[in-house]
Design a protein around this ligand. Structure first.
Ligand code: KG4
Ligand code: ZN
Length: 360
């Protein structure tokens, strides 16, 4: 039902704006998306901003895990090795050639500058050679656009919580390319807290999925983690206190850490999940939105998803969580965001465009 509303109402409006704004340009149908903001080299082909024809992600997890986190210079070098094969594979899996691509969208920031430069410069070269427009995509907008890759996207306006390794923020989304920041973390991102706690427990990097699995076997009530709601009316987050509590419990467990790990992981996860769910539901109520969404790598977490679905049911809200493939970093979401930007009349970038590490 909403799919129809979305496709016709929004696209029609976008098409007209696009035509009026730039009469010589046609709305691109087939977009090559490129993502290299951190440790995944991604390329995807997306049709009409909604249909994923292919999506290839080459992960660098094995490269970085001995260091307990992403080593920026190693990431850049690996992106250089992988970008061409990954783009070739994305085109091949879509059954397309360079000449079939109507536009290129690449992550411009925020992220690791050296990593971003690989994908962004490659995209510029591709767009120049293929003589098609290129747009720079904000990685965070890319995560929000992952919601439009599903068969049942949220009804606009909605509220969305982006929880990843670099960000934890709540947005009021008023269109596929328009959103307002309602609040964000004051210290660690939720995914970063998962990664740090996993590292303290000697569970390797990245820690999200490991803690997710370990916590499933633990008792979340055995260790008393506090819930840092901060101002309950506001939408800011802080995860450093939960992280410090985890460190204390880990130290206290000493030699008995192995049998206690599932309980510490479960207690930590339950505290993070409670705070995330409370703030997102509260945002939906304040903005009077019937739909809410969770995106970013942490959205793949089973317990957080379960709690959010339960809370949504109790409050009469509809919750949207993309499938795991669109939660973590990927290029399909970048292609989708690029499509909506062009459709909304965004100017293509020129060859002098630069990447940015942070949002100003
Ligand atoms: O969105 P993403 O792939 O990259 C960034 O933009 O940061 O998110 C990566 C983060 C990592 O911190 C990782 O530990 C976390 O997402 N993550 C999870 C799960 N899977 C990945 N956190 C909790 N539970 C998971 N199942
Ligand atoms: Zn991300």
């Amino acid at each position: 039902m909403f799919l129809q509303r979305f496709s016709f109402a929004f696209l029609f409006r976008f098409r007209s704006r696009f035509r009026h704004g730039q009469p010589d340009m046609k709305l691109p149908r087939t977009i090559l998306g490129i993502e290299t903001s951190c440790d995944e080299t991604g390329a995807a082909v997306v049709a009409d901003g909604r249909r994923v024809l292919s999506s290839v992600v080459s992960s660098q997890v094995a490269l970085h895990s001995p260091y307990g986190g992403v080593v920026p210079e190693l990431a850049s070098r690996k992106h250089i090795e992988h970008i061409l094969p990954v783009v070739r594979q994305a085109l091949a899996e879509a059954g397309l050639k360079t000449g079939d691509i109507d536009a290129v969208a690449a992550t411009q920031g925020p992220g690791l500058v050296g990593a971003l430069l690989v994908g962004f410069s490659f995209a510029k070269a591709f767009a120049y050679a293929a003589n098609v427009p290129m747009v720079g995509v904000n990685h965070l907008n890319g995560h929000l656009a992952s919601l439009f890759l599903t068969d049942d996207p949220p009804a606009i306006p909605f509220v969305a919580l982006l929880a990843s390794g670099g960000h934890t923020a709540i947005y009021h989304v008023t269109g596929p390319v328009t959103s307002t920041l309602m609040g964000q973390t004051r210290d660690d991102a939720a995914g970063e807290a998962y990664d740090k706690v996993a590292k303290m427990m000697g569970l390797g990097y990245p820690g999200g999925a490991v803690i997710d699995n370990l916590a499933a076997q633990g008792d979340p009530a055995k260790y008393a983690f506090t819930r840092p709601y901060l101002d309950k009316a506001a939408f800011d987050f802080s995860f450093s206190g939960i992280k410090t509590a985890a460190r204390r419990f880990i130290q206290e467990a000493g030699d008995a850490l192995a049998p206690e790990s599932p309980h510490i992981a479960a207690g930590f996860q339950e505290a993070v999940a409670d705070v995330l769910c409370y703030k997102l539901v509260h945002a939906a109520k304040v903005k009077k939105c019937g739909h809410m969404a969770l995106v970013g790598g942490v959205a793949a977490n089973r317990r957080i998803g379960e709690k959010l679905r339960h809370a949504a049911k109790q409050e009469g809200l509809v919750v949207h969580i993309p499938p795991p493939a669109w939660c973590g970093d990927n290029a399909a979401m970048i292609g989708a965001a690029g499509f909506f930007q062009l459709a909304a009349g965004a100017e293509p970038v020129d060859l002098s465009a630069d990447v940015y590490s942070r949002v100003a």
